[in-house]
Unconditional design. Structure first.
Length: 330
């Protein structure tokens, strides 16, 4: 049986470890925080990032990257901005890396599979993404995800018995780029939907924003070589609908607080959980410009993160010239 582990003991890494351990198998999880290693091993809880879950006794935590490097399959669940440094600090890498983080690396503009391929050139890379709030997965509520395998069907055959559980259904895809873009872009759009909620603009506005945001996701994906049908699936539209309609989303909640008038700087300082969309928005604006893709909603979120007034930003969006719904200029 493949030896499996998780890199990163935030809410999502911990929930994935719990999901993997639900059939009694042993799961190793790497935690950056020493106190978390001790707590998971002795009290079987993660009070820092997923306090609601009572963890399976077959989950063992380690702070030693060499231990997780020796596994067969490693789910990589660090925040997007730290994936390169954590993978780079590992002495070797497992045969299969399954990337579960959602974001784009600031500065380089690299999507996660580019970051991972550069840090671990010998590993086969897959991307796991879909509608998956950590606290629901941790208690065994059902969901389904896209498992996009850069190693094609041979990798899918290796990974599906390791990852599938009765309440956790992976669907195969060969479109790694599409799976990554869905997760990265929806985080930014979730901030926008939170702003609409915080400003009290109504449910019509939110639905319109989801549809127009999805059009931005499709245009951007197409420019980077993603398949439209991937973005219409679990990792795109599925995750967009979830994250854009719930205060369980950190991105949505961040947007809601911005819409309610809190300052972006205050909201970002001292966060101990990650709202990836705030880090993705600036780099996504740069990439969209580089590829000549119109992404006005992403641009508006970027303006808000930079300190713009939500009412002015929404007014500017609403004042854009009227055009055909399917026009590529957005
Ligand atoms: N929480 C969720 O429901 C889901 C999260 N994700 C994605 O999973 C990724 C991780 O998110 P969460 O587990 O929710 O994180 P979290 O917000 O629960 O925890 C923060 C994590 O960041 C780590 N961290 C902080 N500074 C670091 C550094 N300098 N180097 C390396 N790691 C550092 C902490 O150790 C901790 O694991 C994100 O990309 C997120 O978008 C994806 C699906 C669901
Ligand atoms: O990606 C997620 C659910 O699929 C989690 O969203 P947040 O990071 O906004 O909480």
């Amino acid at each position: 049986m493949s030896r499996v582990g998780v890199l990163g003991a935030g809410a999502w890494g911990t929930a994935l470890a719990q999901m993997l351990a639900s059939d009694g198998r042993e799961v190793l999880i790497w935690a950056r925080e020493t106190e978390l290693v001790d707590e998971i091993n002795t009290s079987h809880i993660n009070s820092l990032f997923l306090p609601s879950a009572s963890l399976a006794p077959t989950i063992r935590a380690t702070g030693d990257l060499a231990e997780v490097a020796a596994l067969d399959v490693l789910l990589v669940v660090t925040p997007a901005q730290h994936m390169g440094s954590v993978l780079g600090a590992m002495p070797t890498h497992p045969r299969d890396l399954v990337l579960c983080s959602k974001g784009i690396e600031a500065g380089s503009g690299r999507v996660m599979n580019e970051v991972a391929s550069a840090a671990a050139p010998g590993s086969a890379i897959a991307v796991l993404s879909g509608p998956t709030f950590a606290h629901e997965v941790a208690v065994g509520l059902p969901t389904a995800v896209t498992l996009a395998c850069g190693g094609g069907e041979a990798q899918w055959e290796r990974l599906k018995p390791v990852i599938a559980r009765p309440a956790f259904r992976p669907y195969y895809s060969d479109d790694v780029t599409g799976a990554e873009i869905g997760g990265a872009v929806k985080n930014v759009l979730a901030i926008a939907c939170g702003v609409v909620d915080g400003l009290g603009l109504g449910q019509n506005a939110r639905a319109a924003l989801i549809a127009r945001g999805y059009a931005e996701m499709l245009r951007f994906g197409e420019a980077l070589g993603a398949k439209a049908e991937t973005l219409a699936g679990l990792c795109g539209l599925g995750d967009l609908v979830l994250t854009c309609s719930s205060t369980s989303s950190r991105n949505f909640s961040l947007g809601k607080a911005l819409g309610e008038g809190k300052s972006a700087a205050d909201l970002m300082v001292d966060r101990h959980t990650v709202a990836e969309g705030a880090h993705t928005a600036p780099v996504l604006v740069e990439l969209a410009a580089r590829h000549a893709v119109a992404m006005p909603i992403v641009g508006a979120v970027n303006d808000l993160i930079a300190g713009g007034d939500p009412r002015n930003v929404v007014s500017s969006l609403l004042a854009r010239p009227l055009r055909a719904e399917q026009e590529s200029a957005g």
